[in-house]
Design a protein around this ligand. Structure first.
Ligand code: ATP
Ligand code: MG
Length: 559
């Protein structure tokens, strides 16, 4: 692996340095990049890095970025993926304008160029099986062996290749291979496969073709056809670059793109492999590609992650040429930063405990004013109804509290946010000895949450009115994998059995229930939450995008 420097400052990296140098040297008037997804799954956060890099470059330098579907394998590709990928790129905030392309649009030209390679003695039809070819390819320490079909005449090769195209042979009967060097140190140059027979329906070309080009053969030529200047891919293609260059040199392509490699994104507690993500969906480990625990863009979107947080994340991690694993905490930090800035505050009680304020008049209701954003007065205020019966968070009460517990306990006074000071005077239990209700008194002089005599309380707690708060289901998501470095080859063993916790008798503010807002909100002291598409008119469902950091410590400090 190469040892080029890692990214030095946010927004600057070795690829942008290369591009700047190329522009300074007058090599290009315009920089053309592309994002080339294979439509065989949904995009994940690793792709976000590649999208932001390719589209970002086109914004920063004079240039453009193409969206090109690398649709050369009809067996795994579906229209659903083509549609979702476009939606995801747009959601992330990027636009390819008119520059939407498909590798399949070039099948004719790629085919003609393959015939040219045959005529030039640079390609041949091989009748060996896949296993025989693999076996004869050699190893890192041993050269490969020539195929017995390697010395076929140009005429015979052309005839067989045309008959492959015409559909005369079954799948796997023959392949077209480049004739390069079976003793090359780089295994990619040992007569790589250019075409294979696949009698399969293609989402765009239908049944027109029954031979399909390999990634290696299609990719660089597609770049050249589109006038791509900098073809940016991940490090595993570094060893393919000599082959990329070989095709560009041997074929009459209209331009000469160059390939550059960067390190793919790896994240702790996360698997970023479409193969594994597909299996998670197919095997029912998650509820679909957009399950909020999935690292897919569809999952992150459903979970309430703002695209700006993803853009900030990929900017912060930078672009380097050495593989590394990024702490998922960095992603969570970017999500919190963005949501803290943008999201409105509301109250929700996740695990309700009933409180009766004994000295509050029966039947009385007061409208108290609550602020929507502490740092943004323009977000305004809203009313919350205070009454004799309330819900507080079960965790906010302890009958026998330890020393540092400042929230509600018998005899202790706390502030109910925006409302009053209350003191716990009694505890009601069920037959099992569990606390089911609290009796409290309030101090009418503390309306709004401050005591005129200046006395202080050590905790401020959220609450909701029992009468008008709305029942809701709240879903708390934890890491999908329990292992910080999940084993992609045996991922099921590393799944976190506690990745989803459903709180089915939570309560939310009426204003939250009524709103159909798709933006996440902060439920005070709990985290950021977003309405889920599983909501029904009778029962809103909210998903936790992310928790607040260190709630308990913050609350103690607040005093
Ligand atoms: P996977 O390995 O998950 O199947 P892929 O590389 O086969 O992904 P493609 O659809 O071919 O998926 O990827 C499109 C582009 O996104 C490629 O240029 C690829 O290099 C890039 N990409 C894929 N995964 C990552 C990642 N984890 N980090 C950065 N870029 C990535
Ligand atoms: Mg790929």
């Amino acid at each position: 692996m190469s040892t080029e420097p890692v990214a030095t400052e946010v927004g600057r990296d070795f690829i942008r340095d290369i591009i700047q140098a190329d522009l300074d040297a007058g090599k290009y008037k315009e920089i053309v990049t592309r994002f080339p997804p294979e439509p065989n799954g949904y995009l994940h956060i690793g792709h976000a890095k590649s999208i932001a890099l390719n589209f970002g470059i086109a914004q920063e330098f004079p240039g453009r970025c193409h969206l090109r579907f690398d649709d050369t394998n009809p067996v795994k590709e579906e229209q659903e993926y083509i549609d979702s990928i476009q939606a995801d790129v747009r959601w992330l905030g990027f636009d390819w304008g008119k520059n939407l392309f498909f590798a399949s649009d070039y099948f004719e030209r790629l085919y003609d160029w393959a015939e040219k390679l045959i005529r030039d003695g640079l390609a041949y039809v091989d009748d060996q099986t896949q296993e025989e070819i693999r076996f004869a390819r050699g190893t890192l320490t041993e050269p490969g062996k020539h195929s017995p079909f390697r010395e076929r005449s140009v005429e015979e090769n052309l005839d067989l290749f045309r008959r492959m195209k015409a559909g005369e042979f079954p799948n796997g009967a023959r392949v077209l291979r480049a004739k390069i060097d079976m003793a090359a140190g780089n295994i990619n140059l040992r007569d790589p496969v250019l075409y294979r027979i696949l009698h399969a329906h293609h989402p765009r070309t239908g049944d027109k073709w029954c031979i399909y080009p390999s990634y290696d053969y299609a990719h660089g030529q597609s770049d050249a056809i589109e006038g791509i200047t900098h073809s940016i891919c991940t490090l595993e293609f570094e060893d393919h670059r000599p082959l990329y260059d070989w095709f560009i040199e041997k074929l009459p392509v209209p331009s000469e793109p160059h390939q550059y490699e960067f390190a793919r994104l790896n994240l702790t507690y996360t698997v970023l492999s479409k193969r594994v993500l597909t299996q998670l969906v197919r095997d029912g480990h998650v509820a679909g590609w957009d399950d909020p625990r999935m690292p897919t863009m569809a999952g992150l979107r459903r979970r309430g992650v703002p695209p700006a947080a993803l853009r900030e994340f990929v900017k912060r991690i930078g672009v380097a040429k050495a593989n590394s694993v990024v702490d998922v905490g960095m992603l969570e930090f970017c999500i919190r930063e963005e949501l803290n800035r943008t999201s409105q505050r509301r109250m929700a009680v996740l695990r309700p405990l009933k409180v009766v304020i004994e000295n509050y008049p029966e039947g009385q209701v007061e409208e108290l004013e609550a602020i929507n954003h502490p740092d943004d007065p323009s977000a305004g205020t809203r009313k919350i109804a205070f009454g004799r019966e309330l819900y507080i968070e079960r965790d906010d009460f302890m009958e026998n509290p330890p020393k540092k517990f400042f929230r509600l306990s018998p005899g202790n006074e706390v502030r109910l946010r925006y409302a009053y000071f209350v003191k716990c005077t009694g505890v009601i239990k069920n037959d099992a000895g569990e606390v089911v209700e609290l009796r409290c008194t309030y101090d009418p002089a503390t309306r709004g949450g401050n005591a005129p005599d200046g006395r202080k309380v050590k905790a401020t707690m959220h609450w909701l009115p029992a009468a008008t708060s709305v029942p809701a289901e709240i879903r708390i998501y934890n890491q999908l994998f329990a292992n910080p470095n999940p084993d992609a080859s045996n991922f099921a063993a590393d799944l976190n059995p506690q990745s989803l916790e459903i709180l089915s008798d939570a309560r939310i503010e009426p204003s939250v229930a009524e709103s159909n807002a798709t933006e996440p909100m902060q439920f005070e002291r709990q985290g950021y939450f977003v309405r889920d598409k599983d909501s029904t008119p009778g029962k809103p469902v909210f998903s936790r995008t992310i928790g607040l950091r260190d709630t308990f410590a913050k609350e103690v400090a607040k005093g």
